[in-house]
Structures are given as structure tokens and as C-alpha cells.
Design a protein around this ligand. Structure first.
Ligand SMILES: C[S@@+](CC[C@H](N)C(=O)[O-])C[C@H]1O[C@@H](n2cnc3c(N)ncnc32)[C@H](O)[C@@H]1O
Length: 413
């Protein structure tokens, strides 16, 4: 039995063990949520499919849902990212909806919550590898960058093999399997490049020995197949999850996606002064250029304009816009909450030139002004050390915490 299954099956006991009461904070009960697990332990099921920088630990999604879902009502994540909440909702048997402005996130979230036949995936995989290794020239290379820029990030052999893989996948008929392989392909781009794997924004690492794309793809496929197996043991059958590319400030985006009221909205906006998501995935976008499965009828220009910018917070207009974007989204999303439903905001404070920007407090105040009723606050712990989920520059409750990583819960009265 996996760690994830043990937690789910032993609830509510496990949920209580992770929490320490902290009395009252901002007028509501406050708890500390401890997540000491290593990154591999948090990557059960499909959570490990795609390395999405800035995602929250799977157990954050799990605990929010365990405590605040409404039985029978769907869960919405309006900043879905790579679909952590959607996977956890599915494991719990709840329908879920997600939206995100990053096409890579939407693809990953879709694949992480799709149901597959393993034999079908395996035979399609054999066909993809056969086509990729077939003799003949590579038919495609990225168009959006110069040869010089491409050579900065990838060896000639990596370009050749990535091209072959992409073409072999592109040649597949439209199908869920095709999306699975595209995710697998885009997930290996960073490790086949000269960029640091662990750094958020791509930087050249002169010491790195990039992985050979065919081998990386085969290994990634094996890991994803194992994760899918594990997920299938954890989730009930036929639990719908849909994630779309949309601007979460747009009221119409919600009615395009679903018609019923939801019991829980999860919102995990970009953290102020951390990074802008689109910049981080430059290499993956290079290799995902012009794929209709990724872009639909969106262009990078339109996506960039809609993205909530979080960096640099030294720009006062940007900070003002950051809050305005968040409140526009919170208003649009919470309008879809059933009466008694809960909005959960996962958010971290920022420091700007050493000055604390109390993001969570400002959001808390603004959300109560929107008419939502304060319910509860959780603070997340930080764990240091290799392999731990570490946020050394964010929040630390082991001492006097200045900068908080908070989960705010407000109820639709
Ligand atoms: C902190 S991440 C969410 C990560 C997610 N919880 C996960 O576990 O993968 C914030 C997300 O907000 C998205 N975002 C930024 N502006 C947006 C917008 N206008 N509409 C929808 N999503 C947006 C970013 O693309 C990013 O994926």
C-alpha cells in the first residue's frame, strides 16, 4: 500500500496528526500543517508526471479536500497549475474543474487525471519509439529560436533526437495516448538540455551531463506507467476532471467550463516576488511550438497578456496589479460556490528588499470585504535538508515567523 493510500484510508486520524493547534489568528482558529515528506514521497500516483515549478505538495491538496469538501459537490481550482488539486479530488471520488493560463499546466493536469488502458499505452509507446528511431532525416526543429540559441541549450544529438520524438508523437491520431506522450516528451526537455534541472529559471550548467532524449523518454514513460498503475489503485473509476486553458478573471470562463455550483474552490496564485510562470518554461515552449493540443486557439502573446505577474515586486504598479488580478479571480470563482461552500487560498508572503509584504493578511482583508465569512487559517511548516520539501526563503515556524505561508479558508455564507 502506498503512503497516499494509507493516509486516505486511515483518515480522519491522519489528518489530525499533521496538525498542531495554534490558538487564534486574525480572529479565527489557526493550525500548523506539517508536511515533512520528501519530494519522492509526495510524488505518488500521477503527481510525479510533470515537474511543475511552484506546485504545492500533494498532501496540501489532500488535506484541504479532506477537511472542506462538500459531499457530492465538485471541486474547482482556478489556478490549477499541473492539477495537484484535481488529482486529489479524483482520488476522493469528487468531480473537479480546473483552469490555468499555462498550456503546459493544462496538458499535464489533463493527462494526470485521464484514465488509460495500460496495454494500449504500451503498444502505442512501442510504435512511437520505432518511428522515432527509424532512419531518415529529422523533419522538424524549433522555429521560434535561432540556431545559435538552440545550440546554447541543446547538443546537436539532443536536437536531432528530440525532433524525432516530437515528429513521431505528432504523427499519432488525436487521442488521450497522444496527450500522454506529449506530456512525457515535454517532461524530459529540461533534463536533456544544458540547463540546471533544479533551478526555476533556465540557466546553463557547464558541469551538467544532459540525458540522451531517447533514453530519457523511455525512462520517463516507465515512471509514468508505474505512477498510473498506482493512481488506478487509489482512485475510483470514472471520476471526471476537466482542465482548460483560460484566464481565471473572466466570469464567462467558468460558465464555459461547468454549470453546477461547486462545494470548494482552491486558489493558489503565483507568489508575489517569486517568478512569472511563463518565463520558467521557455525550453518546453520551444519544443511545444505550434502543437494544437497545447495552444488551442491561444497565442503566446495573448497568454502573456493574461498571466498574473508576480515579479519583480519592486515595481509598485505590478504589486497593485497583482492584488487586483487576484481579487478579480477570487470574485469570479467564489461566485460559483454553493451556499456554505469554502474558498481556500494557498498563499505566501513576500519580502521586497528585506521589507515584509504581508500578502496573506491583505488577501484575508480583501476577501472578507467581498462578503466571504472568515473560517480558519492553516500555516505551513518548512523543512530544511536535501530531499525535503524546502522553502528556505519563505516561511519558518520553528522560530519567530515573519514571513508566513498560509492557507486561508473563507465560507460563502
Ligand atoms: C502557484 S501556481 C499553481 C500551482 C498548482 N497549485 C499546482 O499544484 O500545480 C499558480 C498558477 O497560476 C497560473 N496563472 C497565472 N495567471 C493566470 C490567469 N490569468 N488565469 C489562470 N491561471 C493563471 C500560473 O500559470 C500558475 O500555474
Amino acid at each position: 500500500m502506498t503512503q497516499g493510500e494509507r493516509d486516505l484510508k486511515s483518515e480522519p486520524g491522519v489528518a489530525v496528526q499533521r496538525f498542531t493547534d495554534q490558538g487564534s489568528y486574525l480572529g479565527v482558529p489557526c493550525k500548523i500543517l506539517d508536511i515533512p515528506e520528501s519530494i519522492p514521497a509526495l510524488g505518488y500516483g500521477s503527481h510525479q508526471f510533470f515537474r511543475y515549478y511552484g506546485k504545492f505538495p500533494s498532501l496540501v491538496g489532500r488535506e484541504i479536500i479532506a477537511r472542506f469538501h462538500q459531499p457530492g459537490r465538485p471541486v474547482l481550482d482556478c489556478y490549477a497549475g499541473s492539477g495537484t488539486t484535481l488529482v486529489e479530488a479524483q482520488i476522493r471520488g469528487l468531480t473537479s474543474y480546473g483552469m490555468d493560463i499555462n498550456p503546459l499546466a493544462v496538458l499535464a493536469a489533463t493527462v494526470k487525471t485521464a484514465y488509460y488502458s495500460l496495454p494500449q499505452l504500451e503498444s502505442a509507446f512501442v510504435a512511437v519509439m520505432k518511428a522515432a528511431r527509424a532512419p531518415g532525416p529529422a523533419r522538424w526543429i524549433p522555429q521560434s529560436v535561432s540556431g545559435e540559441k538552440l545550440a546554447k541549450w541543446f547538443s546537436r544529438e539532443a536536437v536531432e533526437h528530440l525532433s524525432r520524438l516530437r515528429t513521431a508523437i505528432e504523427d499519432l491520431e488525436p487521442s488521450p495516448e497522444k496527450l500522454f506522450f506529449l506530456t512525457c516528451f515535454l517532461a524530459i526537455v529540461r533534463r536533456t538540455s544544458n540547463a540546471f534541472d533544479g533551478e526555476v529559471r533556465p540557466h546553463v550548467n557547464k558541469e551538467k551531463k544532459p540525458r540522451e532524449p531517447f533514453i530519457a523518454f523511455e525512462n520517463k514513460f516507465a515512471d509514468m506507467r508505474a505512477g498510473l498503475n498506482e493512481l488506478d489503485e487509489m482512485r475510483p473509476e470514472k471520476i471526471a476532471a476537466s482542465c482548460v486553458l483560460a484566464d481565471n478573471r473572466e466570469v464567462a470562463a467558468y460558465s464555459d467550463l461547468f454549470s453546477e455550483e461547486v462545494g470548494l474552490v482552491v486558489a493558489h496564485p503565483p507568489y508575489l516576488n517569486s517568478f512569472n510562470y511563463l518565463q520558467v518554461f521557455g525550453l518546453e515552449f520551444m519544443w511545444g511550438e505550434d502543437l494544437p493540443e497545447l495552444w488551442g486557439d491561444w497565442t503566446m502573446r495573448r497568454i502573456r497578456a493574461a498571466e498574473h505577474k508576480a515579479w519583480p515586486a519592486t515595481d509598485v504598479d505590478l504589486v497593485e496589479r497583482y492584488y487586483a488580478d487576484f481579487f478579480a479571480t477570487a470574485k469570479a470563482a467564489s461566485a460559483r460556490l454553493a451556499s456554505g461552500g469554502v474558498l481556500a487560498v494557498v498563499v505566501g508572503d513576500a519580502t521586497v528588499h528585506g521589507r515584509l509584504e504581508p500578502v496573506h493578511r491583505k488577501m484575508w482583508e480583501g476577501l472578507t470585504e467581498l462578503g466571504l465569512a472568515p473560517e480558519e487559517i492553516w500555516l505551513r511548516t518548512t523543512h530544511y535538508g536535501i530531499g525535503k520539501y524546502a522553502y528556505s526563503h519563505r516561511a519558518d515556524y520553528h522560530g519567530e515567523a515573519r514571513k508566513k505561508d498560509a492557507i486561508l479558508f473563507l465560507r460563502n455564507p
